[in-house]
Design a protein around this ligand. Structure first.
Ligand code: SAM
Length: 288
């Protein structure tokens, strides 16, 4: 759990049993509401630009959102031989959709976000993130991903779990049962990815997420990318598949990505090829 303090000049997110905090100097509070699911705040900060908070936890900022969204969209796009159907669970800020719509082979993108107020607020304050939502291939579904996934068998080529921390209505997105439903909904070449917290401040038992994934998928790997606004910055992501290895870039897509990566701020194929060589603590905490 975290305790979050909104002072006159600073916003502090406390985490890791409230023993550590990250603070952001506030220019102004741009938006604040209580949706059916969570508190939604948007702060304008001096250090990281606009900052989206959900129940007081940092979610998206202008300064670093590209790291998370580019890796979640472009790693599977470069590994899978031909993506047709994509499912994103969570991701109401639209950032991952923005990355997938850059790939012309994709025919359908379902964005299943339980709280449509997150989408509407993001459209106002994070238009750079939501720019892909108007693409005709995108279907926005204000539904619970835990339930939505059960309606599909052998359909999606890529499934991304872009959720809040494993608490409340997001807890069901980290279970072995859910990962089995994801596997059932994926095609034989299917790839799933998920955010898996920070190994240094392991409040949720990260290894259990990966044990749940290994009980379902033959290939389970992990990588890291820096998220300045998240607890401890060192953020991990899981890659799981029914066979496709994450460093097997699809040769036929290299010419396309050679051009696309010039427009990206984090992802490039050299980084991708090395991203799954992880440190000892990362291996220990995830079991990868
Ligand atoms: N994409 C951002 C980032 O860079 O990390 C933050 C994650 S996104 C805002 C997290 C979303 O997951 C929230 O909008 C939340 O409403 C959504 N969510 C949580 N549990 C969900 C569920 N069971 N089904 C669908 N969406 C869920």
């Amino acid at each position: 759990m975290t305790e979050n303090l909104l002072g006159n000049e600073w916003y502090s997110e406390r985490y890791f049993h409230k023993n550590v905090a990250t603070s952001f100097k506030i220019k102004s509070v741009l938006h604040s509401e209580q949706s059916k699911y969570q508190k939604i705040d948007v702060l304008d900060t001096l250090g990281v630009g606009k900052l989206l908070l959900l129940d007081g936890k940092t979610m998206v900022s202008e300064i670093d959102e590209f790291v998370y969204h580019e890796v979640m969209g472009n790693i599977p796009a470069m590994v899978h031989p031909k993506i047709r159907n994509v499912l994103i669970i969570g991701g109401g800020d639209g950032g991952i959709v923005r990355e997938f719509v850059k790939h012309p082979e994709i025919e359908r993108i379902d964005l299943v976000e339980i709280d449509e107020r997150v989408i509407e607020v993001s459209k106002i304050y994070f238009p750079n993130c939501t720019s892909g939502l108007s693409d005709p291939r995108v279907n926005v579904k204000p539904q619970d991903g835990v339930e939505y996934i059960k309606s599909f068998k052998n359909f999606f080529d890529v499934i991304i779990i872009d959720s809040t921390d494993p608490e409340d209505f997001a807890a069901g997105l980290f279970t072995q049962e859910f990962y089995k439903h994801v596997s059932d909904a994926l095609t034989d070449n299917g790839i799933m990815m998920a955010q898996t917290e920070n190994p240094f401040y392991d409040e949720y038992g990260i290894k259990s997420f990966y044990d749940n994934l290994r009980a379902v998928y033959p290939v389970v790997k992990s990588f890291t990318g820096p998220m300045l606004i998240y607890p401890g910055v060192f953020w991990t992501f899981a890659y799981a598949s029914k066979g496709l290895l994450p460093t097997q870039l699809n040769e036929s897509k290299i010419p396309f990505m050679s051009e696309l990566q010039k427009t990206l701020k984090w992802y490039n194929m050299d980084w991708h090829r090395g991203a799954f060589n992880i440190s000892n603590i990362h291996k220990k905490v995830t079991g990868c």
